[in-house]
Design a protein around this ligand. Structure first.
Ligand SMILES: Nc1nc2c(ncn2[C@@H]2O[C@H](COP(=O)(O)OP(=O)(O)OP(=O)(O)O)[C@@H](O)[C@H]2O)c(=O)[nH]1
Length: 332
């Protein structure tokens, strides 16, 4: 980067500089800018001392500005600066280090204005102050829009990470995230929360007989049975392997048991490969139903549904069992 002239001795005009367009008093502004150096940069060359709080106004060529490279927070955002546009206003106003790296994209000429001269220009020219405010407001809006886009993208990936890839049901991460809140809400509102634990029957044998891919298809079919039979306020989760779970907010034990019976019946009727390929034997599942009791934690609720599921398996599978609630002790 080498100095080739000053603004005063060059053929550039105030009207070439975006920030100074419509400056009220061109002669005063021109006098302040006159000694400012014009530097030449070859394509690919970086601005030296670009960390200093200075204003750089591009007169010819093109620059790339990579943000936040000095903090290690660079997120890959690179802006292209065209003739008339400037870089470094914010560091001048903050009296802070410029955090961006500035590089010439092609052979370029650059007007360098030191911070004290920028302040002098602001004092002398309302037009410049207005332009500066407009520019900063534009940059804030652009930064906010980018932030919103990133937040949306982040939320999208967060949601995606909570879905089981095979079945499309919510996964364990979702459960760990949401069940404590659902339990706390149910306790706070004294509304019942029911949980049905579901486990496919003899699934190892199904896999061994028909192959793992058929097993995967059976899991998908089972998941469709669950999600197709629930209210929009209910949630179906793949708890792990061939174990699934349904959460029913605002649902009593009686209603939860009848939902489980309905799911059990539909599971019996579901066909694996109903699309013309050879249909496989029907799958069945066992169901354990539990309802959140006062002062129970989410682990207690899962354990209660698990115990009921175990009893359904013990009783011969392909059926529903509800938790056994101890009767309150009779007074002496
Ligand atoms: N195809 C497939 N199989 C799975 C998947 N996850 C778990 N399994 C299989 O599910 C089977 C579960 O077997 P077990 O826990 O012995 O239970 P089961 O054979 O269903 O017997 P019961 O539950 O007692 O009726 C294992 O063979 C696992 O390999 C999966 O994502 N795809």
């Amino acid at each position: 980067m080498k100095q080739i002239s000053t603004f005063g001795s060059s053929s550039y005009r105030i009207s070439d500089l975006q920030l100074l367009r419509n400056a009220d008093d061109d002669t005063t502004v021109a006098a302040i800018l006159a000694p400012c150096p014009i530097m030449q940069l070859d394509a690919g060359e970086a601005v030296t001392e670009s960390n200093r709080a200075r204003l750089y106004i591009l007169l010819r060529g093109a620059l790339s500005v990579a943000s936040d490279t000095r903090t290690g927070m660079a997120d890959g955002t690179v802006s292209k600066i065209l003739p008339g546009e400037s870089v470094g206003e914010q560091s001048v106003l903050d009296e802070a280090t410029n955090l961006s790296s500035i590089t010439a994209l092609e052979d370029s000429e650059l007007l360098v204005v030191e911070a004290d001269l920028v302040w002098q220009l602001i004092d002398e020219s309302n037009g410049l102050a207005r332009n500066l405010l407009r520019l900063l407001s534009f940059r804030i809006r652009a930064a906010n829009a980018q932030l919103r886009r990133r937040q949306k993208l982040g939320e999208f990936y967060r949601q995606l990470s909570m879905i089981d890839g095979l079945t499309g049901l919510y996964n364990r991460a979702w459960l760990n995230d949401l069940l404590p809140t659902m339990v706390a809400t149910a306790h706070a509102s004294a509304a019942p929360l029911a949980l049905i634990m579901i486990d496919l029957d003899h699934f190892k044998q199904f896999n061994d007989t028909h192959g793992h891919l058929a097993g995967d298809e059976a899991l998908r079919v089972a998941a469709q049975v669950l999600s197709g039979a629930l209210r929009p306020t209910d949630f179906a989760v793949r708890y792990g392997g061939e174990e699934m779970m349904v959460l029913l907010p605002d649902t009593s034990d009686k209603v939860a048991a009848s939902v489980a019976e309905r799911l059990c019946e539909r599971m019996r009727q579901a066909q694996v490969f109903s699309d013309g390929r050879q249909a496989l034997p029907h799958i069945t599942a066992s169901f354990g139903v539990a309802v959140l009791r006062p002062r129970q934690s989410e682990q207690d609720l899962i354990a209660a549904a698990d115990a009921a599921l175990y009893r359904a398996k013990e009783a011969g599978r392909n059926q529903v069992a509800a938790e056994v609630v101890a009767a309150p002790a009779l007074p002496d």
